[in-house]
Write a protein that binds this ligand. Structure first.
Ligand SMILES: Nc1ncnc2c1ncn2[C@@H]1O[C@H](COP(=O)(O)OP(=O)(O)OP(=O)(O)O)[C@@H](O)[C@H]1O
Ligand SMILES: [Mg+2]
Length: 504
């Protein structure tokens, strides 16, 4: 209960302290809902109210956006929302505080007195920001409120109104910011493909026509340009998405196994064939088969593939029976497949069957303007994954990323960022140059910088090795066999070095 009989001075000093505490508590939170709760709680404490409500009004005036109710510990039932609307409506209309000793005896609320017969004293104050009422504080108790308490609540409402308004603006800006970010993501992110350069825009335009259809697709692009990602996007957004997507690297399968892997075999077809086995075509029936590195197949197999592609029929090894399959084929090569046709290494008829729709994935160096977007995309991805704080790149790092020629394309960029995030301290906000691989910092404009004072001989040699490998890969459009020949090393050695330098 309030100490209405205490000396004015004592009450004032206590009230000032309470006011100060309220301001501190409200300021300490920028969360609008928390603020409303704090205001109601503290105002009820200061005025010794038994029940209270705070209405926050929407920007389109006169409509309560939200009402918060609270009761003191010893009282039951909160205020009726019809009651808070009635009092709130009166305050809003008259733009002035309301002080009632006995609600039921007031002539202004005659019609409502039987509905809210348990209410006695009422104190309600508008919360003004400039000329606008943004909220209304309503308190009730069984004993009358004093004029002094009304004055105090007017001060509370004036103080809190501005803070509430700030929090509301903050919430508004925050939500707008979130929405903008999502919009930007949507604009730059086409089904998970990041990039907004003219070359990517062209690709997106083509994709819109490729996805809903059934035609075979040939994807051409250097290593790490996103061929497999694109194949998945085509499948998972197209009419076959409910059925299987099966990816197979034709170059990685031993020639002797190709046929049975693709078309299956029957029991006893060859030594070791102890049971019937379904081939990849049958497993992908109704769905999509992604034939990666299709250029690395031999002519015998190509002839069998032609039949399956052309007729939609397969014959398992050891079987005389032909089976029908319905599979959408997406093939991919890291070079230009037609070069292989010209060299007599790939069947021309199969080439034309596969190349119904041709999508070329540009190397990263031809769309350098996408680097900041891609780098931030991967930074967010790995920061979330590793729960790190990294949010951006130092300007020097961004300069290096934008100048480097990325022979391993997006995969290389992704690996570089993953490594940097893994090495970053939990508190690092920016990726600094020290977190980049040394060989990257030794490059500029696509050429090797002579090692400076900080680089020792092994580092310089690694940089040179990396430079020569990426140069060879670029020169041979990502073809590893030709690159290894050019470098005078075995394919195996080349593959291990590509891994070592995160070129793939
Ligand atoms: N436009 C893109 N936006 C975001 N991530 C991408 C994009 N393109 C590729 N990636 C990512 O880069 C990595 C390499 O892509 P993917 O494996 O599809 O390349 P690829 O062309 O099949 O490479 P390779 O020829 O070496 O097999 C993947 O992690 C993929 O998710
Ligand atoms: Mg691939």
């Amino acid at each position: 209960m309030p100490k209405t009989t205490d000396s004015r001075l004592q009450i004032t000093s206590q009230q000032l302290q309470a006011l100060n505490r309220l301001a501190q508590m409200v300021i300490s939170s920028m969360d609008f809902d928390m603020m409303l709760q704090t205001i109601l709680h503290e105002a009820m404490q200061m005025a010794g109210a038994e029940k209270g409500a705070v209405l926050s009004l929407s920007d389109e005036k006169n409509r309560p956006m939200q009402t918060l109710f609270k009761t003191a510990e010893h009282s039951q039932h909160s205020l009726d929302s019809a009651f808070s609307d009635l009092i709130g409506g009166w305050v809003l209309k008259n733009r002035t505080p309301l002080l009632l000793d006995h609600f039921a005896q007031d002539s202004r609320f005659v019609q409502a007195r039987t509905w809210f017969s348990d209410v006695r004293a009422v104190l309600a104050v508008p919360m003004f920001v400039r000329e606008e009422i943004i909220g209304i504080l309503i308190l009730t108790r069984s004993e009358s409120f004093s004029q002094n308490e009304l004055e105090l609540m007017k001060i509370v409402s004036t103080q809190c109104a501005q803070l509430l308004e700030n929090a509301r603006n903050y919430r508004h800006v925050f939500r707008e910011n979130q929405q903008l970010r999502m919009e930007i993501e949507r604009r730059y992110d086409y089904h998970g493909l990041v990039g907004n350069s003219p070359k990517m825009q062209q690709l997106y335009a083509l994709l819109q026509r490729v996805i809903p259809g059934e035609a075979r697709v040939l994807l051409e692009g250097e290593s790490g340009t996103g061929k497999e990602l694109l194949a998945r996007i085509i499948h998972y957004n197209g009419p076959r998405k409910e059925k299987s997507f099966i990816a197979v690297d034709c170059g990685a399968l031993p020639e002797t196994l190709l046929e049975s892997e693709f078309f299956g075999h029957v029991k006893g077809a060859f030594t070791g064939a102890i049971a019937d086995k379904k081939g990849l075509f049958e497993c992908a029936d109704g769905g999509t088969l992604f034939l990666d590195e299709i250029g690395n197949t031999n002519p015998v197999f190509q002839a069998k593939l032609l039949r399956a592609v052309q007729e939609g029929e397969i014959k398992p090894v050891g079987s005389e029976q032909v089976r029908k399959v319905d599979v959408r084929i997406i093939a991919a090569t890291s070079g230009r497949l037609y070069e292989k046709v010209k060299a007599g290494e790939f069947r021309e008829d199969l080439y034309y069957r596969l190349n119904v729709l041709n999508l070329h994935l540009p190397p990263l160096r031809e769309r350098m303007e996408d680097i900041p977007l891609l780098a931030s995309h991967f930074l967010t991805k790995f920061a979330i994954k590793t729960k790190k704080n990294c949010r951006g790149f130092s300007p020097k790092v961004m300069r290096i990323l934008e100048k480097y020629d990325w022979p391993g394309n997006i995969r290389e960029l992704e690996n570089v960022i993953e490594r940097a995030v893994a090495l970053a301290d939990a508190s690092d906000e920016n990726i600094s140059v020290e977190l980049l691989p040394e060989n990257l910092t030794l490059f500029h404009n696509g050429s090797l910088l002579l090692p400076d004072n900080h680089a020792n001989l092994p580092q310089a040699m690694e940089a040179l090795e990396r430079y020569m490998i990426s140069d060879a890969l670029r020169h041979c459009s990502g073809n590893r066999t030709s690159s290894a020949d050019r470098l005078g090393i075995t394919r195996q050695t080349l593959i291990s070095k590509i891994k070592k330098y995160a070129l793939k």
